[in-house]
Design a protein around this ligand. Sequence first.
Ligand SMILES: [Zn+2]
Length: 223
Amino acid sequence: MLGNQQGKSLRRYVPDYVVYDLETTGTSCKRDKIVEIAAIKVIGGKATEEFSSLVNPECPIPYGASQVNGITDEMVAGEPVLHDVLPRFLEFVGELPLVGHNIISFDMKFIYRECREVFKKIPDNDLVDTLPLARLCLPELAHHRLTDLAEHYHLSTAGAHRALKDCQMTMQVYEELGKALAGAMKQAKTCPRCGGILELRNGRYGRFWGCSGYPSCRYTENA
Ligand SMILES: [Zn+2]
């Protein structure tokens, strides 16, 4: 569970996993703090158990962050601090792969930073980021935010941006992507430099194909 290196990043459907989401005081994984953690344990594609906790960040929550997630200073005042919530979260997760939307670039960075501080180690659970899976399976969509995907699959987005609701949406999205993934992988363009999968991305000058191995592989080609 806790180790010295990150788990593997998986690009496939796994039926047993924990989907999780964080709400934070902002977008900096160096400075900002966690204000909510939620997770759902999924076994055989079915939700079996939920975890949800507000977290007192021990600092004021910026107005802009409260506007997004609806979490205010008053709401977290009497809540446990992260040092108390983090061990309970990790115990809930156990050895299962962690699934989430954009977790590689965002949520995992917060979790790794805080675990390094508290435990001097990081979780070595395998990871499934639904953002690259969505880009692969649904290249026709202009954007791949969680709410875009929920709308695409006609899922309810009421209550979005609170952690447990986002977990429910991510779980449903992952289950849908799982059905499309094998076919999408077969048709996927591969990177001539590293053999990784090429993803359609939005750049300043329009759409282009970029290697999913970015930033270690920087191969691109015109779409
Ligand atoms: Zn590559």
